[in-house]
Design a protein. Structure first.
Length: 455
């Protein structure tokens, strides 16, 4: 979608949007000053940090030199996005009380960075540095943890902007639309500012890594991917795509070493602070073992097709799920390698969407938040290619319902079929539909173009 001729001065509508957006940002002061934790000074500090992050959202937009009218109009969704986040800052989830608050308190009680060497939490080293850093600040941990995720919400939106820009004319508004929509995407808003989770960290870095890959910057791409992996194991859902890029000749084998090198750099401070290498490398292994006990934790996966009270062989089910996810990844690698001459950037983006949806859909032990990459990537795909809007809608409906199950502590839609109860079947059907449609879009893009018939 191309832009229309611009007037030399911003329109009244643009000025109205800008004024409303700034008013919403200022209105954020009301819920922030009403926060229940910390002193008045701490609450003022929270507002200043929130306002600084909001101001930082203008930086990537200014770098892209969008028309002034567009930028002023964008202030409305940006202001709304930060106002919504301010409303959620005081919300406390069981996850925060049980895990994050205890880890943050442990850092405060054990000397901040000196405590990095201790076995605190089950997150990898980079997030521990953050918890150590905030232990020196006189602001409640709850708000600092959420503000850190909100900061990366902006970085995430920037990554979506970069990605969509690869598929649009220079004068298209779609990258800016993607930036604003990502900030307002319900699961993105809820993940950090309500739940206090940090999925936007690895999600943002992965989007930037994909954008760099499409920009023919393989070293930067793999380095960013390595940093993303150092924050969250779920980065592996999209990791096969870089294997496909290598098989297609879009990056060289030596470039692959940037991934472990970047990961190594992120854990180096922890090693210097005395944390055993085994503890660092064992974090993700421990996370994979924590899921044992249920094949699905309120996630819209293939295991949601099983009745709620079904008695199944968990070990066999887990092996079959892992094998199916591996088969999907290998099939996509082989397909992209075989069709490398027709696999353009549009096909690669479709393949990324298939992996982000399909891999967690098939894997066992998935949690409600594990479709975060699918949420943000399908939205970017829809902005880049509006014909694919339906995948973004299906994924978001499914994922948001899974979030609601945790946040409301009750299932969204319980179905009874044939005398059996299904608690996440509707969400799984939505995700399956999105996966099938994404696969069809990929196959259509990779279909060889028929040449002139031979006589």
């Amino acid at each position: 979608m191309s832009s229309q001729p611009l007037s030399p001065r911003p329109s009244l509508r643009a000025l109205f949007c800008a004024g409303t957006g700034l008013a919403l940002l200022l209105l954020s002061l009301v819920p922030v000053l009403g926060l229940t934790r910390g002193s008045a000074g701490a609450r003022c500090a929270v507002f200043l940090l929130l306002a600084a992050i909001a101001a930082g959202a203008a930086v990537p937009l200014a770098l892209r030199r969008f028309p002034a009218g567009w930028l002023l109009t964008a202030l409305l969704p940006i202001g709304l996005a930060f106002f919504l986040r301010a409303l959620l800052l005081d919300y406390v989830t069981p996850d925060y009380e049980t895990f994050l608050s205890q880890w943050a308190q442990a850092f405060r009680e054990n000397g901040g960075f000196a405590a990095v060497r201790l076995p605190i939490g089950n997150y990898n080293a980079p997030y521990l540095y953050f918890l150590a850093a905030i232990s020196y600040l006189p602001v409640p941990d709850l708000y600092l943890i959420k503000l850190f995720s909100i900061l990366f919400d902006v970085v995430l939106a920037w990554g979506g902007l970069r990605l969509v820009r690869r598929f649009c004319p220079p004068d298209s508004i779609r990258p800016l639309v993607c930036f604003c929509l990502l900030l307002l995407l319900p699961t993105v808003v809820l993940n950090g500012s309500c739940w206090g989770q940090c999925d936007s960290l690895y999600g943002a870095l992965t989007l930037h890594a994909l954008a760099c890959a499409l920009e023919q910057r393989p070293k930067s791409s793999l380095a960013l991917l390595g940093v993303a992996f150092s924050f969250k194991l779920q980065t592996v859902f999209l990791l096969p795509l870089w294997g496909a890029l290598w098989l297609m000749g879009r990056l060289k084998f030596r470039h692959l070493f940037c991934f472990p090198a970047a990961y190594g750099v992120t854990i180096l401070p922890a090693l210097l602070l005395g944390k055993p290498l085994g503890d660092i490398l064992g974090v993700y292994l421990g996370q994979t073992q924590e899921g044992v006990g249920s094949l699905c934790y309120n996630a819209a996966t293939v295991f949601s097709f099983l009745p709620y009270d079904a008695q199944v062989d968990e070990t066999l089910g887990a092996k079959l799920g892992i094998a199916a996810a591996l088969l999907l990844a290998l099939t996509l690698l082989a397909l992209l390698r075989r069709r490398r001459k027709t696999a353009d950037e549009t096909a690669l983006l479709a393949a990324a969407a298939v992996m982000a949806i399909g891999v967690p859909f098939l894997l066992p032990y998935m949690h409600d938040r594990y479709f975060f990459l699918a949420d943000v990537l399908t939205l970017a795909w829809a902005c880049a290619l509006p014909r694919r809007w339906y995948c973004a809608v299906l994924v978001q409906l499914s994922s948001l319902s899974a979030y609601a199950v945790y946040l409301r502590q009750r299932y969204t839609l319980i179905l009874s079929l044939g005398g059996r109860t299904y608690v996440m079947l509707a969400e799984a059907l939505l995700m399956l539909a999105a996966l099938i449609l994404a696969l069809l879009a990929l196959f259509a893009r990779l279909r060889p173009v028929a040449g002139p018939s031979a006589r």
